[in-house]
Design a protein around this ligand. Sequence first.
Ligand SMILES: Nc1nc2c(c(CN[C@H]3C=C[C@H](O)[C@@H]3O)cn2[C@@H]2O[C@H](COP(=O)(O)O)[C@@H](O)[C@H]2O)c(=O)[nH]1
Length: 306
Amino acid sequence: MEAVRASAAWVASRSSHVKVDMLEVEKVVDKIQGNVPKVEWDFEGIHYFDDGPLTVQYLFVLDALNFCFWPDKDLSYDHLASGLKLALEKDKTALDADRLQSYTGPQLRQLLNWPRPLPIEEERVRLLHEVGMELERSFGGEAANLVKSAGNSAATLIELITRHFPGFRDHSLYKGHQVFLYKRAQIFVADLWGAFKGQNYGEFHDIKSITIFADYIVPAVLRELGILKYGSNLSCSIDSNSEIVPGSEEEVEIRACSVYAVEKMRELINKKFGKQLLSIDIDLWLWSCGVQNMALSHHRTLSIYY
Ligand SMILES: Nc1nc2c(c(CN[C@H]3C=C[C@H](O)[C@@H]3O)cn2[C@@H]2O[C@H](COP(=O)(O)O)[C@@H](O)[C@H]2O)c(=O)[nH]1
């Protein structure tokens, strides 16, 4: 994911609302002595897994909808993961490509057992239809075929996903430059890798090319650690739960600086402690810390990308 790494670094070098504090990166790395706590994929025990193609279909649908839970204060990622899991356990055809194309908002709510409209529900429905339609048109209806056609390359899989499914094209413009963050496409690869433990549908020879997933939890943890420093206006907006406009300099800087900071952290750990750590390992550690800390205030942007 050179495009993600390069554009995140480009933003970080010009950023004015967000700064990456390299001294703090070093302090954190020294404090943990290069030992990033290992967090198991599905540490919550909420995901569907049957070791076969249906798991791939589940993960692809999951990550097509893996964004913007915060507008409903009772809703979280866990509801989506466990809701889709239960739906699949009740009816193995619930996520078939033809079914995906016909869900309405109320039916999606029912599928997830959620009592009220989901945040940005119309977009969630549109994205489900897009996934169903394109899987049927180009991949025999199965996300497993999409994964197979990437030939065990994470970078190829991300390229295929973003070429075929416009909803995964997580780009923005920053000071005239195109910035690529590909949060949901990358997290799908990481979910396959985690769920299948690097085997079968989860085998990728270039898994180290994946960066962290620029969501709204990891930046909040990096800020809490002192690694990200926000300017006073941005700090006030976030602490008062004001919405940050999608595509604004602030929003792009928060996400891109998070990717950049963790890349620096990984490089430092690997160099100083002779490790072969992946950004995914750091991501899951930071994310799991973030979701367990209810007091963290995170940035709020209405977005279908994260
Ligand atoms: N960077 C990063 N962001 C992640 C995840 C995951 C879940 N990954 C699963 C994979 C294996 C584990 O067992 C996890 O269950 C969700 N998110 C993002 O968080 C936000 C949801 O927050 P809240 O509203 O509090 O539920 C939202 O933007 C969502 O897209 C991750 O791993 N890394």
